[in-house]
Design a protein around this ligand. Structure first.
Ligand code: SF4
Ligand code: SF4
Length: 186
């Protein structure tokens, strides 16, 4: 047996739409006096939480030299395989190698922080720099110079991921230094 459903007739108030418009305007008015959740970025920067995982940086030592020893542990730990490193002899007494090239493909990065955790030299860190805008894919590949520039830009920053890990404020489930086995290397 077929069931016939008759459309409900609209009331006069519903047909003239006026009360609904007034209701909508009152709602808009009420929101105008509420605390704003939007920011005028980039003029106004958002205060990000301690240990935020934003753009990477390559840290420098006390003598202003790159801390990285090109061991590639960060590249091995990276689940997105977006770190590419080419090492070279440092020519310094205190370490064998330094990176000739160091690249992070920010388009592939999932900002997990594994690279920071894996680094034995505290040479790579993540900052609260969220300025990751680019117009080409190439611009999103951050090279050594750009990563070192981000260090200069954020060196006084309190609350990088590395600081949080060292201070025990953030802990991953894996014990520190235990690397994930990359695919095909079981
Ligand atoms: S944050 Fe994660 S995905 Fe990005 S480079 Fe580091 S390990 Fe790779
Ligand atoms: S793990 Fe640290 S020291 Fe090793 S290559 Fe990566 S950033 Fe450099």
């Amino acid at each position: 047996m077929a069931i016939v459903v008759k459309a409900r007739k609209m009331t006069l108030m519903e047909r003239i739409y006026f009360p609904a418009i007034i209701k909508g305007l009152l709602l808009t008015l009420a929101h105008m006096f509420k605390k704003k959740t939007t920011l005028l970025f980039p003029e106004v920067k958002k205060v990000l939480p301690f240990g935020y995982r934003g753009a990477h940086r390559l840290n420098k030592d006390e003598q202003g030299r790159v801390k990285c020893v090109a061991c590639e542990m960060c590249a091995v730990a990276c689940p997105a395989h977006c770190i590419t490193i080419e090492g070279m002899e440092s020519g310094w007494d205190d370490r064998e190698k330094i990176p000739r090239t160091f690249q992070i493909d920010m388009l592939r990065c999932i900002f997990c922080g594994m690279c920071v955790e894996a680094c034995p030299e505290d040479a790579i860190d993540m900052t609260n720099n969220i300025d990751l805008v680019a117009t080409t894919r190439e611009e999103m590949i951050w090279d050594k110079e750009r990563l070192l520039t981000n260090y200069e830009r954020t060196r006084d920053q309190n609350g990088t991921l590395g600081q949080s890990l060292r201070g025990g404020l953030i802990s991953f489930t894996r014990p520190r230094g235990h690397l994930l086995t990359p695919p095909g290397k079981h």
